[in-house]
Design a protein around this ligand. Structure first.
Ligand code: SAM
Length: 248
């Protein structure tokens, strides 16, 4: 069996996830485009619109990788003329953060508006009530203890702060799910070989999506962490879903 379908020992998942993202860091952005036909860009744009940041938003983007969400957030703030918006990108993998820093320089973002911090979503290196918004995109699925991630999100948010998660989810329709499964299990690992030179990280990706709780179960987990007004919205028939909650 592959990792994801077996019970893994404590710490083993974290180690494997670390290795996966170290291996794919350089080809990560290209693979995202290839696997999703570029649609991940639209999902991320919608995600930031749902966040609807305002002036003085102090965002923590966890599992922020190469900065996709943080960059979109800063663009949104700039286009809306909102002042004093900052983003902290926290990721467990320094190789992903290094790629992100290079991209930030190339794209011309001010170093004052971005911080890159290595850290684990399950034990964040930040004080209580530090941020006004918390995002995690395509990251929570990779964590060993989802409940710890949610508790930490709650802890570092200020009262009134918003939690928003973008993650692969479960399709609303069983025929669509079947077609999606064929694509996931047969096409994605092959794309991995051609683009990134390896199939294992992409096999892992597909399996981890299947293991992740469905929309309703995940909603209940967010509520159990203390968040209020918890809602979700499916995009592309539930290929991904956006979960939202507030610390009130
Ligand atoms: N959010 C980015 C995006 O949407 O493009 C990156 C998503 S990438 C699929 C998942 C990221 O989660 C990787 O950069 C990986 O290093 C990070 N990650 C995995 N486990 C983590 C953990 N326990 N704490 C923090 N980051 C983690």
């Amino acid at each position: 069996t592959h990792f994801g379908f077996q019970k893994v020992k404590e710490g083993e998942k974290e180690h494997k996830v670390h290795k996966v993202f170290e291996d794919v860091a350089k080809s990560y952005d290209l693979m995202n485009d290839a696997m999703s036909f570029g649609i991940h860009r639209i999902w991320k744009d919608i995600f930031i619109h749902r966040l609807s940041p305002t002036e003085n938003t102090n965002l923590l983007d966890v599992a922020g990788g190469t900065g996709d969400i943080a960059f979109r957030f800063l663009n949104y703030a700039q286009n809306s003329n909102y002042k004093n918006c900052t983003a902290t990108i926290c990721d467990i993998n320094s190789a992903m953060l290094e790629e992100g820093k290079k991209r930030a320089i190339k794209l011309g973002y001010s170093p004052n508006s971005l911080s890159w911090i290595e850290g684990n979503a399950e034990k964040l290196p930040f004080n209580d009530e530090t941020f006004t918004a918390y995002t995690i995109a395509f990251g929570i699925r990779n964590c060993t203890h989802i409940d710890k991630v949610l508790d930490e999100a709650y802890r570092v948010l200020k009262p009134g702060g918003r939690f928003l998660c973008l993650e692969f989810s479960h399709l609303e329709n069983s025929v669509a799910q079947w077609i999606y499964d064929q694509y996931s299990f047969q096409v994605i690992p092959v794309l991995g070989i051609f683009i990134a030179g390896q199939w294992q990280p992409y096999q892992y990706l597909v399996e981890s999506i299947r293991q992740f709780p469905n929309q309703e179960t995940f909603k209940a987990m967010i509520e159990a962490a203390g968040f209020r007004i918890v809602t979700y919205e499916n995009l592309t028939l539930g290929v991904v879903s956006i979960h939202s909650g507030f610390k009130l």
